[in-house]
Ligand binder design. Structure first.
Ligand SMILES: *Cc1c(COP(=O)(O)O)cnc(C)c1O
Length: 345
């Protein structure tokens, strides 16, 4: 399924005021330079044969925490004033954003607290504890953990670092777009994993700011695609969360979304939804043909090309957003264990 919008370019030229602009992304790039990896953009011979156009993989798996989220967290934290930093940081993510906040805080010598529910698996808790963050276990759901964040902001004055709906986080993620345009000046299309929309929104601001003709396509899983549902409805809507191999793409965009919905609605040229089997095929291709360990969310761009769900028109950049997957799960999928195809689809 795809939503093709013809309005994005005309809206840009109408000068609609969007919450993040190219200059914000350029400032973010200067701020985080030297503190995040400028990741490689590598040509894929296998995907060129498949697609008939040059396809380049932007390997955000090479960031020290194994995912792009370090860019946004680092920019948001570096943008805080000294007082806000000293009070300490807090967030509720147990995944790549939690790792990013913990890592950036340690690098900058700032205390960070990550709130989690008691249902979060021990290996995820330990991965974040190992990065030096204080862990606070609270309640039985992600919502409970988020309530604890709000309490710590109110009572202890901690500074929240949101996972996507924040102008500094979005600007940080957008620095990927600047690097892609520098490395692939004639790019036609960017394929971006899409969940809360910080990644896609930031990249769209940067790429369309420099290359207005380039198309930005968001890619989600069929199971619980919150931004897709919101764009279709014209406003943020509640979606049921379901288990998916692309676990980093789960979760809502927030009914009170302030930043990323406006960016994605105005700047994305389409959204593609993938089945679990298609995501498995993308992850396998990454391992077998490209030699890259990629998590489900990181494989959706490759998966969309393999599934024939996106028509390319020229040089294409695929955001390989992260590689944090349980090694045993990865081995089972790449080995082609029958159990995976059935239990995950
Ligand atoms: C968070 C994340 C995404 C989605 O980013 P949003 O800004 O929420 O859209 C994609 N891939 C990986 C690996 C992630 O951790």
């Amino acid at each position: 399924m795809i939503i093709m919008k013809s309005g994005s370019l005309s809206k840009l030229s109408e000068n609609i005021t969007l919450p993040v602009v190219l200059a914000d992304v350029e400032q973010a790039a200067a701020r985080i330079a030297g503190r995040v990896i400028r990741t490689p953009l590598v040509a894929s011979a296998a995907l060129l044969r498949r697609a008939g156009h040059p396809v380049h993989l932007k390997l955000e798996t090479r960031q020290p925490i194994g995912a792009f989220k370090l860019r946004g967290a680092m920019n948001a934290i570096l943008s805080l004033d000294e007082k806000a930093r000293q009070r300490g940081l807090v967030t509720a993510s147990t995944g790549n954003h939690g790792r990013a906040v913990a890592y950036a805080a340690r690098e900058l010598g700032i205390p960070a607290t990550i709130c989690m529910s008691s249902l979060v698996p021990g290996n995820k808790v330990e991965a974040i504890r190992a990065l030096g963050a204080e862990i606070r276990i609270f309640g039985l759901s992600q919502d409970d953990a988020q309530e604890e964040v709000e309490r710590l902001v109110q009572s202890a004055g901690l500074t929240p670092i949101p996972p996507f709906d924040d102008v500094d986080v979005v600007a940080g993620q957008g620095t990927i777009g600047l690097e892609i345009v520098a490395d692939l000046p004639d790019l036609a299309t960017v394929l971006v994993p899409l969940s809360g929309g910080g990644l896609a929104g930031g990249i769209a601001v940067a790429v369309k700011g420099l290359r207005p003709q380039a198309r930005i396509i968001g890619i989600s899983m069929e199971r619980g695609a919150a931004m897709h549902a919101a764009i279709a409805a014209g406003e943020p809507v509640a979606v049921r969360e379901e288990e998916t191999l692309a676990d980093s793409l789960g979760g809502g965009i927030g009914l009170a979304n302030r930043v990323t919905f406006a960016l994605c609605r105005n700047l994305l040229d389409g959204v593609i939804l993938l089945t679990e089997d298609e995501i498995i095929a993308g992850l396998r291709h990454a391992a077998r043909e490209e030699g890259e360990v990629v998590e489900g969310a990181g494989a959706v761009g490759i998966a969309a090309i393999l599934a024939g769900k996106v028509a390319l028109s020229g040089p294409t950049a695929v955001i390989v957003s992260g590689g944090n997957i349980d090694p045993k799960t990865h081995r089972q999928i790449v080995g082609g264990a029958a159990g995976w195809a059935t239990s995950a689809s």
